[in-house]
Ligand binder design. Structure first.
Ligand code: BGP
Length: 471
């Protein structure tokens, strides 16, 4: 069967400020949580990343040449307010004006995220997502951006993947400030993120801006590893932790009793105290959910859960040593790898059907959300440079993208309102916990010279954008 993607579909490429810009100390930019953390670890340097701060015109020209008509970028909060709040840095503001101008000159629609993992250090010092000061400052910064860039930006995203952030900051410890097994704090951070997202959506709507606003969630589709009751329950717990708490908070504006019971079970199994759900907060959530314009779905892999009654055991496969990833979560379950499913070198299980199932679930359970975008999907791969005149052969990536976009096309045919798709990533970039060897780009970046080379996948993607047909 040949599936058709809509005429007005966005074929995008995704980036995030800290992963591409480099220039972490330039033009008055303030410190973000990654600067100190990475410096102390001493293994990966976020500078110059893909040097997007200086080379954005090159990358946008590539978008144009390859018929990529949308780009996800994020604003680095600390470029604008180096301390998170207070003093404004005009050079940072000027940079984003230049960037958006170039996007429009090239016919590339910018989808702009306000927070993509890069909390200003000054606000982390005050408690990060757990502090009222940070939440208030985030609302102020968002309002500033709407006012300042409102004529140039039509698609706003409040927060990128709150779930990965809270989980990695408080449970697995793979994101700064790297706490482990703090489940109650993790859910408190998630609760606060949902709430501040809603406050920002409400402020945007009250401001009467011309444009759309949404949130981006990392949605791993979770399945039980076997039909046993224990495994099914482990899958429900994992889904509550990684997906449902956020979906309820941002898309329904109300936490269902079932979701809260699962959350409470996880927190109490870890001998911690359940968080407080305040009725007055739910009013704010509901108002925002009702006027939300879209949800962004980042889908990379699915998870298969087995019941687990022991302690927490984590091993993060950040180096691409296949088969080394371990994730056994106390009070939740164990992630297992079904032997018949392929995985990337970083142990991310490749399961395209999970894309369809997740889209269907979002649409069925939260039917009021008017639009869905796939804001990230892609494959980490150890691409090999073949010389300046040869397109890099990334056949496995093409296969991955094709299989996933096919599921998106099926979803659209079934009436699910997916309006665009963004490949993670546009060009090779800095990966938070994996450095530079985990490449995702349509364009290969030689990090020594910063030269760009199109991969085979870039040509394939251009063909798809032109034909809008997939089979
Ligand atoms: C998402 C993030 C991106 C990006 C991507 C790939 O979670 O929004 O910023 O990094 O995943 O992840 P990784 O770099 O860990 O492979």
């Amino acid at each position: 069967t040949v599936y058709h993607l809509p005429e007005d579909f966005y074929f995008g490429g995704a980036t995030a400020a800290y992963q591409v810009e480099g220039a972490t100390k330039e033009d008055g930019k303030g410190e973000v949580i990654w600067d100190k953390y990475l410096h102390e670890q001493g293994t990966i340097n976020p500078d110059p990343a893909a040097d997007f701060y200086h080379r954005y015109p090159t990358d946008l020209d590539l978008c144009k040449k390859f018929h990529i008509n949308a780009i996800r970028v994020s604003i680095d909060w600390a470029r604008i307010f180096p301390e998170g709040t207070g003093k404004l840095e005009p050079r940072g503001v000027a940079y984003y004006h230049k960037l958006f101008k170039k996007c429009h000159e090239d016919g590339v629609e910018p989808f702009v995220t306000l927070h993509h993992f890069d909390t200003p250090q000054a606000l982390q010092d005050k408690g990060g997502w757990l502090s009222e000061e940070m939440l208030d400052a985030f609302v102020d910064y968002a309002k500033f951006c709407f006012k300042e860039f409102g004529d140039e930006v039509k698609y706003w995203i409040t927060i990128n993947e709150p779930t990965s952030m809270a989980g990695q900051q408080y449970v697995s410890g793979t994101f700064p400030p790297a706490y482990t097994n703090e489940f109650a704090k993790c859910f408190q951070a998630e609760y606060n993120q949902n709430l501040v997202h809603a406050r920002i959506v409400n402020a945007f709507k009250a401001g009467g801006y011309d444009g759309k606003i949404g949130v981006v969630h990392a949605l791993q589709t979770v399945y039980p590893a076997s039909p046993s009751e224990g495994d099914k329950h482990a899958a429900a717990l994992k889904d509550a932790l990684e997906n449902r708490f956020y979906l309820d908070g941002t898309l329904a504006g109300h936490y269902s009793d079932e979701t809260l019971a699962l959350v409470q079970e996880i927190i109490e199994a870890n001998d911690q105290q359940m968080i407080e759900i305040k009725p007055e907060d739910e009013e704010v959530l509901t108002k925002a959910a009702k006027s939300l314009d879209f949800v962004g779905v980042n889908y990379y892999f699915s998870k298969f859960m087995k019941e687990h009654h022991g302690e927490n055991v984590f091993h993060h496969n950040g180096g691409g040593e296949k088969g080394t990833d371990v994730n056994k979560m106390k009070g939740v379950g164990e992630e297992v790898h079904p032997t018949d499913l392929p995985a990337t070198d970083w142990d991310w299980i490749i399961y395209p059907k999970g894309m369809y199932d997740q889209l269907k679930r979002v649409h069925d359970n939260y039917p009021d959300v008017p639009e869905i975008y796939i804001t990230e999907n892609g494959m980490g791969y150890k691409d090999k440079f073949l010389g300046p005149d040869k397109a890099i052969d990334d056949a496995p990536r093409i296969q991955y993208l094709k299989a996933h976009i096919l599921e998106v096309a099926k979803a659209i045919q079934d009436g699910i309102p997916v309006k665009g798709y963004f490949v993670w990533s546009l060009q090779d970039q800095f990966s938070w916990t994996n450095g530079y060897s985990k490449r995702y780009g349509l364009f290969y970046v030689d990090f020594e010279t910063q030269a760009r080379y199109p991969k085979q996948s870039a040509y394939w993607y251009r063909g798809l954008a032109d034909s809008k047909q997939i089979s």
